[in-house]
Design a protein. Sequence first.
Lengths: 291, 287
Amino acid sequence: MKRRNQALLLLIPTFAFTATFIYGPFLLAFYNAFFSWEEGEYRIFVGLGNFRHLLFEDYLFWHSMKIMAILSVTYIAKVMIVPMLAAVLISRVGNARLRGAYRNLIVIALIVPSVAVYMIWRQIYHPDGELGLANRLFALFGLEPIAWFRDPDTALLTIILTGFPWASGVQMLIYLAGLQNISQDVKEAATIDGVGPLQRFFRMELPLIVGQVRLIAILSVISSVQDFVGVYLLTRGGPAGTTYVPGLLMFDYAIKYNQIGMGCALGVILFLIVLTLTLFIHRFVRTEDYL
Amino acid sequence: MNRVYGALKHVTLVLLIILTNYPLYFMLQTSLKSNREMREDFWRLPADPIWENYAAAFKSILFDYTQFDWLCFIKTGAPLFNTMFVAFWSVCGVILFASLAAFAFARYDFILKKPLYYVLLSLLMMPIVLIMVPEYVVVKSLGLLATRFGLILPYIAGSQALAVFMCRTFFEQIPKDLFESAEIDGAGMLRMYRHIAAPLSVPVLVVIGLLVCVQAWNDYIWPLVIVGSDEALYTVTIAMTAFQNEYNIEFGRLMAGFAIGSLPLVILILSMLRYFIQGITSGALKG
C-alpha cells in the first residue's frame, strides 16, 4: 500500500461533519451537564446539581426509569422470540420459492414508515366502541369496550401490545442470514440422526446463531433505553404520566422547558446505562462458549 | 407426527404474515370509508369507496395542488418537497464524503490511519440520546434552527461511520492492478477515485443511499425539534401527525393521509427490495 499523507485531505469532509455534529456534541453533553440554564440565556455552574436533582428530587425520573425497565424487558422479549420463530420456520421451508415468498411477505410490512405504523395502531386502539379495531374484536366476544391508551390502568399494557405479533422484519432478516449460513453438512447430520424439530432448534440452530442473538440483544437494549418516538406518538407519556420514559423526560426538559443542562445530565445517565448494559452483554453472552 | 409438524409450520407462518400485515389492510380499507360506514360495516371492504379522502389528504400532506405555483412551492415548501429536498442532499452528502474517506482508508497508508479509523468506527456505538440535546444547541448556535440544513447536515454526519465502513470493505475488493496501472499512467488520487473506485462501487453506493433516504424519510423526533415550529418547513412525517389533529373526526381521511405519506417510500423500497434486504443484513452483520 502506498504511503501518501495527502490522502488525509480526503478525510477532511467526513471529520469536519462528525466533529461538528457528533464528537462536539458528545463532549458538550458531559460539559453542559454541570451547568444550569434556568436563568435566561446565561449558564451557571452548578456542579453535580443537575444529577442530584434528577436522582434525589425528581419524582418523574425514577418513575420513568421504572417504565423504561418494563418496556425494555418486554421489547427485548418480543424481538428475541417472534422474529426468531419466523426465521427458524422460514429457514426450514423446503421449497426455495415458497421460502422467498414467506420472507418477502414479512419484510413487506417494514416499508411503511414507522410514524404511519404508530398512527395506525393509535387508530386500532381507538377508545370508541365502534371505531377501533381492538374494541370491535372485543365486541365479537361480547366484551365491553376499553379505553386503551386513555385509561391510566391499561395505557402501559396497550403500548406493550402495540405492534402485535411483533414479527419485525429487520430482526427476522438478521436471524435468517445466520440460519442460512449454517453449513449443509451440519443440517444433514441432524436429519440423519433423526433429531426432532425442537431439539434441532436448541441443539443445532440456536448455538450456531448466538452471534446474531447477541447482536440483536445489544441493538435492542440500546434502542429500548433511548427510544421514545413510540411513546411520544402514542400517548405523549400520559395519561397521568403512566407511560413516561426517560428519553421523553430529557426531550421535555431540553426542548420544552429549555433546561439544556438538565437534559444533558439525563442524557449522560442514559448513556452510562446503555454502556453498562452493552458491556454486560458482551461479557456474558459469548460466542466462543458455544463453539 | 412429522406431517403434523410440517402443516403446523405453514399454518404458523401464514398466520404470522396475516397478523403482521393486517394493520396495512385496515389502513387501506378504512381510508375509503366514511365514519358512518365504518360504524356500520367495520370488517368488509367499502361498498362505495370515497376517493375524495385521498384528494383531501394529498393536499394537506404532500402539497396543495389547487394553489400550485412554482415560486411559492419552493419558497414555502410543501411537506413532500421538504422531505425530498432533505433526503436528496443527505444522500448526496453521505455518498460523496463517505466514499472519499473510505477511498483514502482503503487505498493509502498515512499517519494516524489506524487511530482515525477506530475513532470513526466508535461512532457506530454512540447512543443518539446522549448527543440529541447538545446537537440541538450546536444547530441553534450555527443559526440553523428552523432551516432544512439543520436536518441535512446532522444527517450527513450521522451516517458517515456506517457508510465509510461499508464503502471501505467494498473498495478493498476492487482488484489492485486496476489502480496500479492507472498510477503508471500518471493518474492522481482524485482521478482514480472518480474513474475507477466510484464507478465500480455503484451497488454499495445504492444500498447506502437507500438506507440514508429511508432514515431521512422516516425520522420524526429530529425534524420535530428542528422545524416543528415552522409550518412551511414541515416534513412528511410531521405533516402526517399534524394532520391527525386537523381531521380528528374523519378517520377515512386520516388513513388516506397515512397511506399517501408512506407511498413514495413504499415505491422506492419495492423497486429496490433486493438491495434493501441486502443492505439491512450486510449493514447489520458488521458486529
